[in-house]
Design a protein around this ligand. Structure first.
Ligand code: ADP
Ligand code: MG
Length: 224
């Protein structure tokens, strides 16, 4: 049987603030199946971004296990975590985080270049992805010459380029108007099904929740 895209066990995270201990995540458990789309909601400050950072190996937990595509994230060293991110994970942020001096095509090709693909192979794949997200006429645009919705569609294409098992997204539609947000979520729905890529998405947008296979709430450090 295939490994789940993500498996999290007994994750615990606390911050020490002076003399008080702030418990952010408390024995948190989460399994995301291959190709599954899961939303995480919760009030501001509940720990959603902290959770995504830890899952990405960019912050460390105090206790717990994380397996991405069957591979141990917590026990890996910095190089191992970077390799896990590069080969098994994709990311979409609220602010697109495209590299400003690179074209849409080069930005989407970047994950494949980092995986070791040749420029020609990476650019061909990026071109196909940009066609797929409806941006064939924008491939040579720099990020500043794209609209907010277009930039976020490029960001989704980039997140998928390296064929990750799972894409983590923190408020991916938070800066978009309704129409552009719908377009980005349409892409997430379609591409996650077509490529069998799981999505774990933090969102404040209640109108998007019906699109997900599951909606989990982060309360008191746990998902329910
Ligand atoms: P959310 O994304 O759900 O709004 P965050 O994950 O950003 O919440 O933050 C969760 C809590 O952790 C907040 O109360 C925040 O103040 C606290 N926090 C985040 N980072 C740190 C840190 N480096 N040191 C201390 N507290 C932190
Ligand atoms: Mg946040």
């Amino acid at each position: 049987m295939n490994s789940p895209a993500l498996e999290v066990q007994r994750l615990h995270k606390r911050y020490q603030q002076g003399s008080t201990e702030l418990v952010i995540l408390r024995d948190l458990e989460l399994t995301v199946a291959s190709g599954e789309r899961v939303a995480i909601v919760g009030r501001s400050g509940s720990g959603k971004s902290t959770l995504l950072h830890i899952l990405a190996g960019l912050d460390s937990a105090d206790e717990g296990r994380i397996e991405v595509d069957g591979q141990d994230m917590v026990g890996a060293d910095a190089n191992g975590r970077a390799a896990l991110r590069r080969h098994h994970m994709g990311f979409v942020y609220q602010h697109h985080h495209l590299l400003p001096e690179f074209t849409a095509l080069e930005n989407v090709a970047m994950p494949l270049r980092l995986q070791g693909s040749s420029t020609a192979t990476a650019h061909a794949a990026a071109q196909a992805l940009l066609v797929d997200v409806g941006l064939e006429s924008r491939v040579d645009h720099l990020p500043h010459a794209l609209s907010g919705g277009e930039r976020q569609r490029v960001a989704v294409a980039r997140a998928l380029a390296g064929h990750p098992a799972i894409v983590l997204a923190d408020e991916p539609t938070g800066n978009l108007d309704r129409e552009n947000a719908e377009q980005v979520m349409d892409l997430v729905d379609r591409l996650s099904a077509e490529h069998d890529i799981a999505f774990l998405v933090v969102t404040h947008d209640d109108t998007m929740l019906s699109r997900f296979n599951r909606v989990l709430q982060l309360v008191d450090g746990r998902l329910c």
